[in-house]
Design a protein. Structure first.
Length: 192
């Protein structure tokens, strides 16, 4: 006979234990797999209590401000890694409403306090580019006409908001996709 627990709690615990046992491949995954112009960005460690679950958001910064979610399975790109086998990290792609944001639900399954350190695969190239851009890497803004309606601004919250602007330019050689991150601008041309 099972103890008097709620069925959903028991079911969640069983799935969590199964996820913990299947976790080694995820723990050692490569954050930069299939991410162009990628840089690994290690986030500050976060402390969790025993059997603790929290929602957490991480952000790519600097000259590699884009978090790529290579959506193989319902948007769960897993372009991140973490350093502690006590944890499961489940990406929440529907909450990733900014191009630099990785959102996750994180659970510590161990029976003691543990720290987790997450590493993101961050790119200088926007994931919204609808073409291959592998030939040249980032270039200076060529100053071509901006395609109307392609300008978008994204700002993170917090006491000092950081903003990114992206847009498409129409050049004679083809489309160019640009990023302005706090007055530093770079662009990616499409491969011919």
């Amino acid at each position: 006979m099972m103890p008097n627990t709620k069925p959903t709690a028991a079911l969640a615990m069983m799935f969590g234990i199964a996820g913990l046992l299947a976790q080694p491949d995820v723990v050692f995954s490569s954050p930069c797999e299939r991410v162009p112009d990628c840089e690994k960005q290690e986030m500050a460690p976060v402390r969790y209590g025993a059997l603790d679950t929290k929602g957490w958001a991480y952000y790519c910064t600097g000259d590699h401000p884009y978090y790529w979610n290579n959506d193989d399975i319902l948007g769960f790109g897993n372009n991140f890694s973490f350093n502690n086998k006590c944890f499961t990290v489940t990406e929440n792609p529907f909450a990733e409403n900014e191009p630099s944001k990785m959102d996750a639900t994180i659970t510590n399954w161990c029976l003691k306090h543990e720290d987790i350190k997450v590493t993101l695969g961050c790119s200088a190239q926007s994931p919204g580019i609808p073409c291959h851009s592998t030939k040249t890497g980032p270039i200076k803004d060529p100053g071509c006409p901006i395609v109307s309606g392609t300008e978008k601004n994204y700002c993170s919250g917090g006491p000092v908001p950081a903003c990114i602007q992206i847009w498409e330019e129409k050049c004679d050689s083809g489309p160019v996709y640009c990023t302005d991150d706090q007055t530093i601008t770079w662009c990616y041309p499409c491969d011919s």
